[in-house]
Design a protein around this ligand. Structure first.
Ligand SMILES: Cc1cc2nc3c(=O)[nH]c(=O)nc-3n(C[C@H](O)[C@H](O)[C@H](O)COP(=O)(O)OP(=O)(O)OC[C@H]3O[C@@H](n4cnc5c(N)ncnc54)[C@H](O)[C@@H]3O)c2cc1C
Length: 432
């Protein structure tokens, strides 16, 4: 007997991963349902906000010109922050805007645009509906249940974000250990456009992205970020859950501490708080990529753990888009073949490995462990750098010493052993 289905594919979650997957399948003429629990796509979502957007230009043709993006990031600053000092590596390069490499985005504006693109290619977008569980029959997934309603499709895409509750409830994915997760706390601060340009030394729609490490997290493994939007600043911290719990500190207090730091506060002066929120972050890297394919079910984006934190960049949105591309390709093939088995859908893993998503996850597979097991990154390293510069610039009328001697003096005073520094350097080279 022919099975009856309401749709070819049901996509759960209207974030970047879900919307891109639904869009690509809708464009192919498939019957797609996109379900989002937020009243409007984006209303539940939180991201730091720097989107490495070239993958989106590939998918939508002209994403950076047409989507509601904020600024084109041409200035990247790596900040080592201490209580009373900051050492910056400040990198500005116009080539990053030709073509556009990364943009700042606000999810409350971008996600509705993504949903609109889905609707334009015939996807049925269903906002304000929370999927309660996956429907399983004869060992395969055949749709979802939302309240009283059961909606059936031969393939379901779980794009429901970090910790994928859907997959966990269905028992196909275990609960992630704390060291695979981080917690992000973010504020959006409104400021006039001119003030943002002046304070961040920007021209036109250029934007700046600060990745900050050290006192901004009060020694907790993780980091801070500060990104410029058109008329606001996105600022916050991402903290490794395991270390945060161990140190018994409050994530919101750490966030406030960073915003009040004497280096940060002047950037925000006279600003008005527009948004404030917390969200989990996938921090486990490649170790989180397991159980991604089941009969009739594929996990994409954060639900599959595709986030990369290298200390220089936090990436999740581009990986969400890239994994959605790989999933859409395999779903199309499975629908044509009428084969929804795990073997058939397993090509998803091959397509991921052929593209930047799988390869980048592999390149940075040691990054999470490096960032978690190098506490010096969140204190001593920045202090040592600042102390070295202090010794160079502070002319206290004592005779100057050659640079090497000055450096060894700073190292000795820091309490860091040269062998430990060498070990950190070696681990960093291998991990990053
Ligand atoms: C503080 C912070 C800073 C970050 N900074 C950056 C950054 O600068 N750059 C970057 O690229 N990435 C960043 N990330 C990571 C990035 O936000 C994620 O990787 C990305 O949002 C993942 O997209 P997604 O579509 O997989 O999941 P999400 O964007 O989380 O979307 C999941 C969607 O599923 C919906 N949903 C969940 N459950 C259900 C259900 N049961 N029924 C219906 N709908 C459901 C949710 O409402 C949501 O809309 C950051 C994350 C955080 C928290």
């Amino acid at each position: 007997m022919e099975e009856s289905f309401d749709f070819d594919v049901i996509v759960v979650g209207g974030g970047v991963a879900g919307a891109v997957c639904a869009y690509l399948l809708g464009k192919e003429g498939r019957e797609v349902l996109l379900i989002e629990r937020g009243v409007e796509p984006g209303s539940k979502n939180l991201s730091g906000g720097v989107f490495y957007s070239r993958v989106m230009d590939e998918i939508f043709g002209n994403f950076t010109a047409e989507a509601p993006v904020e600024r084109h990031i041409t200035r990247n600053v790596l900040s080592f922050m201490n209580e009373t000092s900051v050492v910056n590596v400040d990198y500005w390069d116009q080539r990053l805007a030709q073509p556009v490499n990364a943009v700042s985005v606000l999810r409350a504006k971008m996600d509705p645009w993504l949903a609109e693109q889905c609707e334009e290619v015939g996807v049925t977008v269903m906002p304000g509906v929370k999927v309660d569980e996956l429907v399983r029959e004869d060992g395969r997934f055949v749709g979802v249940r939302a309240g009283e309603d059961v909606l059936r499709a031969p393939i379901t895409i779980a794009a429901d974000g970090v910790n994928s509750f859907l997959a966990q409830y269905a028992g196909v994915r275990k609960k992630e250990p704390a060291h695979h997760l981080g917690v992000g706390v973010k504020s959006v601060i409104k400021l006039p456009e001119e003030k943002i340009r002046e304070r961040f030394h920007l021209d036109g729609n250029e934007g700046a992205a600060y990745a900050i490490v050290g006192d901004c997290t009060q020694g907790v493994a993780g980091g801070g970020f500060m990104y410029t939007n058109k008329e606001s600043i996105s600022i916050g911290v991402v903290l490794m859950l395991g270390d945060l719990t161990k140190k018994k500190l409050s994530s919101s207090e750490i966030h406030d501490h960073m915003l009040n730091h004497p280096f940060i506060a002047p950037f925000l002066e006279d600003g008005e708080l527009l948004e404030y929120g917390c969200h989990l972050v996938a921090e486990g890297g490649k170790a989180m990529q397991h159980d991604l394919v089941h009969p009739g079910l594929i996990l994409v984006g954060d639900a599959a753990g595709f986030t990369l934190n290298t200390g220089f960049t936090v990436r999740g949105m581009d990986l969400a888009a890239g994994s959605a591309q790989a999933a859409a390709r395999v779903v199309g093939e499975a629908l044509d073949a009428g084969d929804y088995s795990a073997e058939k859908l397993g090509s998803y893993l091959t397509y991921l490995d052929e593209g930047f998503v799988g390869q980048d996850m592999n390149t940075y597979k040691r990054a999470p462990e490096f960032l978690e097991t190098t506490p010096e990154m969140y204190g001593q390293t920045g202090e040592l750098m600042a102390d070295l510069f202090y010794r160079i610039y502070n002319h206290d009328l004592t005779p100057r010493k050659p640079l090497v001697k000055t450096a060894f003096g700073a190292l000795k005073a820091s309490g860091l052993k040269i062998t430990r520094l060498a070990k950190i350097g070696y681990a960093a080279v291998r991990a990053l």
